[in-house]
Design a protein around this ligand. Sequence first.
Ligand SMILES: Nc1ncnc2c1ncn2[C@@H]1O[C@H](COP(=O)(O)OP(=O)(O)OP(=O)(O)O)[C@@H](O)[C@H]1O
Ligand SMILES: [Mg+2]
Length: 410
Amino acid sequence: MFNNGWRKPSDVMANYLDRIGAGWILANPEVFDFDYIPQEMVGREDVQMELASKFATLHAPEGAGRAVITGPVGSGKTALARTFCRDIQRHLSNKRKIRSVHVNCRNASTSMRVVQRILHELAPGHPDRGLSMGELLMSLRRILRKETSHLIVVLDEVDHMLRRSGDDLLYQLLRIDEDQNGKGTLSLILVSQEQVLDVLETAVISRMGSTNHIRIKPYTVEGLEAIANQRATQGLVHGTWTTEILRLIAEKAAPTGDARRVIELLNAAVERCEFRQDEHSERRLAVEDIHVPLNNEPASQGSNLEHIDDLNSNAMLVLLALCRRLTKEESMTTGDVEQLYAVVCEEYEQKMKSHTTVWKYLKDFEERQIITSRVATVTGGRGRTTHLSMPHYLPKDLASRLEMLLRKKF
Ligand SMILES: Nc1ncnc2c1ncn2[C@@H]1O[C@H](COP(=O)(O)OP(=O)(O)OP(=O)(O)O)[C@@H](O)[C@H]1O
Ligand SMILES: [Mg+2]
């Protein structure tokens, strides 16, 4: 380096690019890809069973099934349909030849485009330009007959197509083998977000058979934790993460119930952790890593620090005690709170409030979503412990603000 701080361009280059591909934390980046399909769906055995039950006759030569899957954003609808199609083909491989086509109707939003996509998947060289709907369907029929395979068509985000082209195609597809008195050529799975369902789609559900409607729920914090755990196990270097940090990430994603969000948060934390590494750092995800702001974060979440300004000064002291511990640790027990609160009171020369009052403050913090609590049974069966964590704030930032506010009060 020169005296004036100027470095040869090649050095600078090397430094800021050093971390790329270092792989201290991240072992398999593809696990965090947008369209990565997990080997296994975790924690969704109930809906998987329900979906499979709609295809109970698929092993038989004339068997077919239909299903409509709806649920909120990121509840695993697409993953469920994709893994089902993959698994069923394997499962029936020596009984019946099954193919599947997954069309996302957001990109193919007219019935014409949808049929073109299906044909394109089945017969990549098939000419589709200038052909009418009737001709396209005829080609599809011919291909299926020639191949003697059963086709599962998944129309994902089907509301887009229904809105532009109506539901005619659905009936055409379901009747694809009628002309040859055949049966069981095609199965249909429709997928849509629950929120965007309107009257039109409700009619479709009833015509597909309301017993074939599978509604899936948003993920609970446990479900999100299991998904984070799956991605961490498959994607990260062994020993770089703990179940506690994954729990905190899951708690941060919990208000949305969205699996994509927990994966995004984990990915962002990994990126941050990877890029802050130097010779001295511990190769492990830390509390601060999970508070990287995401671009698409709703404004109500994240670090709106003024949210605590109206707390009374005693409550602030309790919260400060929490923040100090949670800067380093993912969670703490209520017992820890009292101990640390005593230390803070001493520091600010204030009398401690009673156990009940402290408890009341903690409840209030939870209601304001400053902290999250979870009751865990202690191993060995000696009662239950309440664990507190702070998924939506960076404890360090909150502590600084509290210290600033307390300075004015005392
Ligand atoms: N049970 C699960 N196990 C493992 N990964 C899951 C599970 N559920 C969802 N995922 C993953 O979470 C992400 C979001 O899931 P998916 O795309 O299936 O949600 P979706 O319900 O289709 O959302 P949208 O309404 O936005 O289409 C995907 O990367 C998916 O692989
Ligand atoms: Mg989807």
